[in-house]
Design a protein around this ligand. Structure first.
Ligand code: NDP
Length: 489
């Protein structure tokens, strides 16, 4: 819960364990002379220091994490055969990493940005990673647009700053972003703390039961602390006086035993509904309205243990949407499909091929039994065991049962996406969200959007951006246009 005492006995040593005589003065040739190459304690210390950083994540670089417990509160075995969900009261250890998306590793916490909500369940059938966000939707619906999108959020190659032109040019030309942008510039775009916001699996996933039946599922983590947000002005001030505000709040609340928790809900869609539902249920820019698929409470997530070493446990933690367990699998969501590749690839580059072996990443409730060996920083855990399969020496063997059920497919290959459902338009849910906001929140939403759109240098970019909101809701567009005009003069 708090910082564990860790006292090292004995003298200071080199990395090889030899005692260090003097950690204040370099060894010199005579008094006041040049430093000697034979001062290996000095050279080793400088060399290690130079290598203390690994590449930061290109997105979600800034993060904070904590361990916790997931408890099942409802029998879900009719929908999934996942063992960690198999009985009421069952508990599974978890690790949750929160993050902002666009900022660098040292950026401030209190900014307007989606928050990563990456949750690892250390289950007895392997680690299950649910790599979600604090928003139920996303800006785009196809992973092929992701690098372009992120380039507009990050620093411009010429100015070295985030540029309103790039952000609004991309969003204006990508109408599917309208729903997520409306959400982001509303009150929930700057949570007061990491404890006072919801988490969402966002994508649609497959659950399958013992009988092999398929269900489509969406996850919701509703904060038990209540939703609390910061206004733009509060956030600007807090970012200056306490850039680590969210990280500190999470650590301190766990240290004082005030464990944050979330009520876990799922929406379940029978597989047969997907083809005829009013919009594509695998479109990441849309929610499933609660009236269509009511949320069902299935569990409780509590965070109750702080990591002891931020670099080892938060910076080197890895999550992948491809980490499934029996009974859970992917859907045809094109963003999810892209992420199934991208996360593992990022970690192999950033942390290394043996990242899965680090204490925070390896399975805690079972063991990994693969024939993969060696590579950078391999720790020899398999000792002399045979490293091929099939073998006659009692090595691990396949189960013949896939984690998820196969799906039928039809049609031809190709990359042109035609709307396949009656309401596959990009604006309807942005309009619904706008209309459910209070009059006060609508006012703040318009101010937040107008303040940013008014910074663009070209009228056509501003007009295209405004037009997306106009299509979502006429009143929304009219008020935004007036507010931008007032600011641009
Ligand atoms: P419902 O009225 O059944 O659900 C509304 C949802 O909106 C609630 O989950 C609520 O979350 C959330 N919400 C309320 N105020 C805000 C706000 N200011 N900013 C963001 N979210 C808010 O309607 P629908 O299911 O038809 O959804 C309507 C719209 O609500 C959607 O278009 C979407 O933008 C948004 N929404 C929907 C979710 C879903 O899964 N259906 C999830 C989150 C948002 P809470 O209960 O925590 O207050």
């Amino acid at each position: 819960m708090t910082q564990e005492a860790h006292v090292t006995q004995g003298p200071l040593t080199t990395e090889a364990g030899a005692p260090v005589a003097d950690n204040q003065n370099s060894e010199t040739a005579g008094v006041g002379g040049p430093v000697l190459v034979q001062d290996q304690a000095l050279l080793e210390k400088l060399a290690h220091f130079n290598r203390e950083r690994i590449p930061e994540r290109v997105v979600h670089a800034r993060g904070a994490g904590a361990y916790g417990t997931f408890t099942v509160t409802r029998d879900v075995s009719r929908w999934t055969r996942a063992k960690f969900l198999s009985e009421v009261g069952k508990q599974t250890e978890t690790f949750l990493r929160f993050s902002t998306v666009a900022g660098n590793l040292g950026s401030a916490d209190a900014v307007r940005d989606p928050r990563g909500f990456a949750l690892k369940f250390y289950t007895e059938e392997g680690n299950y990673d649910l790599v979600g966000n604090n928003t139920p939707v996303f800006f785009i619906k196809d992973a092929i647009k992701f690098p372009d999108f992120i380039h507009t959020q990050k620093r411009d190659p010429y100015t070295g700053s985030q540029e309103a032109d790039n952000v609004w040019d991309f969003w204006g030309l990508s109408p599917e972003s309208t729903h997520q942008v409306t959400w982001l510039f509303g009150d929930r775009g700057i949570p007061a703390t990491l404890r006072h916001m919801n988490g969402y699996g966002s994508h649609t996933f497959q659950w399958n039961n013992e009988a092999g039946e398929i269900f489509w599922v969406k996850y919701h983590f509703k904060t038990d602390q209540g939703i609390k947000n910061l206004t733009t002005e509060e956030a600007v001030r807090l970012s200056g006086v306490d850039p680590d505000s969210h990280q500190r709040d999470l650590r301190e609340s766990i240290e004082r035993g005030d464990f944050p928790s979330w009520t876990v809900q799922v929406q379940i869609m029978p597989a047969a509904d997907a083809a005829t539902y009013r919009f594509n249920p695998f479109d990441l820019t849309k929610v499933w309205p609660h009236a269509d698929y009511p949320p069902i409470e299935i569990g409780k997530l509590e965070l109750n243990r702080n990591p002891q070493n931020i670099f080892a446990e938060v910076e080197q933690s890895i999550f992948s949407p491809a980490h499934f367990v029996p009974g859970i699998g992917p859907s045809p969501d094109k963003m999810l499909q892209g992420r199934l590749f991208a996360y593992g690839d990022a970690h192999r580059y950033r942390v290394g091929i043996n990242a899965d072996h680090l204490p925070v990443n390896r399975p805690h409730a079972t063991e990994a039994r693969t024939n993969s060996r060696d590579g950078h920083l391999y720790d020899g855990r398999h000792q002399g065991a045979k490293n091929y399969e099939p073998n006659s020496f009692g090595g691990p063997v396949q189960t013949d049962r896939p984690l998820w059920q196969p799906l039928p497919v039809t049609g031809t290959t190709g990359s042109t996406e035609a709307p396949s459902h009656a309401e596959d338009d990009d604006f309807v849910q942005a309009g619904t969200l706008y209309r459910l906001m209070s009059e006060d929140e609508k006012g703040r939403l318009i101010d937040n959007l107008a303040g940013f759109i008014s910074q663009v240098s070209r009228d056509d970019i501003a007009e295209r951006a405004i037009d997306n909101f106009r299509q979502a809701d006429g009143d929304f567009g009219k008020r935004l246009e007036a507010a931008v005009q007032a600011l641009r003069g």
